[in-house]
Design a protein around this ligand. Sequence first.
Ligand code: PMP
Length: 362
Amino acid sequence: AQDRVFNFAAGPAILPESVLRKAESELYNWRGSGMSVMEMSHRGKEFLSIIQKAESDLRSLLSIPSDYAVLFLQGGATTQFAAIPLNLCTQSDPVDFVVTGSWGDKAFKEASKYCKPTLIWSGKSEKYTKIPCFDDLEQNPHAKYLHICANETIHGVEFKNYPTPKNGLMVADMSSNFCSKPVDVSKFGLIYAGAQKNVGPSGVTIVIIRKDLIGNAQEITPVMLDYKIHADNNSLYNTPPCYGIYMCGLVFEDLLAQGGLVEVEKKNVKKAKILYDAIDESKGFYRCPVEKSVRSLMNVPFTLEKAELEAEFVKEAAKEKMVQLKGHRSVGGMRASIYNAMPLAGVEKLVAFMKDFQARHA
Ligand code: PMP
């Protein structure tokens, strides 16, 4: 539609137009209930049908095995940085962290309040542009789990193959590549993701956890962070973020209608390729610092050789209705987030603009 922009924000981020239209059409009176989803009791049959459908569609999308629980929580991925060690560890348990960007670093720092994390690898000295070869790493033989951030939103670094830790379990922050491609859930003890990048609005955090890991929370664990409380109550222990869960459900329906995550991944690969190709073929006018084999399909950071043109780039792009291209304040430069809902046309328009901008400023 004419009045919409192409929104390259990292999150909250673009949502599928069809989902917004559907939500709009159901906003005032949800399917004859006489009320909107925002006004419903979270214990009424209408909302129960919404949350159950959202869960079952997510289970289909990711082929989540039946021995895993799906929890719809609040507090963002940031809350999980604490909830995970509180639920999976004692205060003295060691855990391993591979830190490939600033989100993993935040998770590591928070975990150190509730267990004994070791940084077994950090990409910081190389400005978070790499992912290590897992076989070369020394793991703690008693580590309760290995934590990774599957896709670093700020640095644009994405795991392409998931390691299999020798000991313990894999725990992954998938906030910024959740549902962007198929994942073998059975490789993980726990997967968590804030919804506001690929699957919905902010306010919903999804946790997928192997059921046998539930029920060992530390005594000091606040009730709202205890997975057992939420699992036993099907995410309805207290009032959940009802409208956000409804929106996630619409996104899951849309992803299934596209043919599921195999098809979604194909589209994401294609979009990312044309953007990275444009950067790599610009003869250095644009640069992406990330090692080629681990470049994110979701968040594409790049700089301009002439850094003084960056503000102009962002300004001119915005005039052409391509917004939120400024990089994270901690790294500068540019970043184009091209989540599931970013249409190919948006990336094509950006690439055409980049070529034109270069021609005018080279
Ligand atoms: N992890 C990753 C990979 C993220 O991108 C973000 C948010 N940008 C967070 C964690 C923090 O998420 P929240 O704001 O939902 O707490």
